[in-house]
Design a protein around this ligand. Structure first.
Ligand code: HEM
Length: 70
């Protein structure tokens, strides 16, 4: 999240076939996150959390992510 090249990712592909719905997807995510987080001051991941990635050569995904809302 804090890396300097955070905008250089492949979530929406790249080049001539880059996702045509990226702007809509970003807007939807922004609305959902704003609504979801509005009642809270913030959230955190418990420090002892063992973040496991799903083993796959196709897609990186977190298996589960416990979140504490404050
Ligand atoms: C979080 C949501 C989304 C993600 C992660 C995502 C991801 C992607 C990726 C990675 C590609 C490139 C596939 C490739 O290189 O072959 C792609 C293409 C595409 N996406 Fe999305 N997408 C999302 C939402 C949407 C939405 C909301 C729409 C339409 C309303 C959409 C329509 C398309 C279309 C039509 C293409 C093909 C573009 C082309 O081949 O020129 N996507 N998407």
């Amino acid at each position: 999240m804090t890396r300097p090249n955070i905008k250089q990712h492949l979530a929406f592909g790249q080049g001539p076939h880059i996702c045509i719905g990226a702007a809509l997807a970003r807007q939807q995510a922004r609305v959902i996150l704003e609504r979801l987080l509005a009642p809270f001051d913030g959230f955190s991941i418990p420090p002892e959390t063992d973040i496991r990635m799903t083993p796959s050569w196709v897609m990186n995904a977190v298996e589960e992510l416990p979140v504490t809302f404050h």
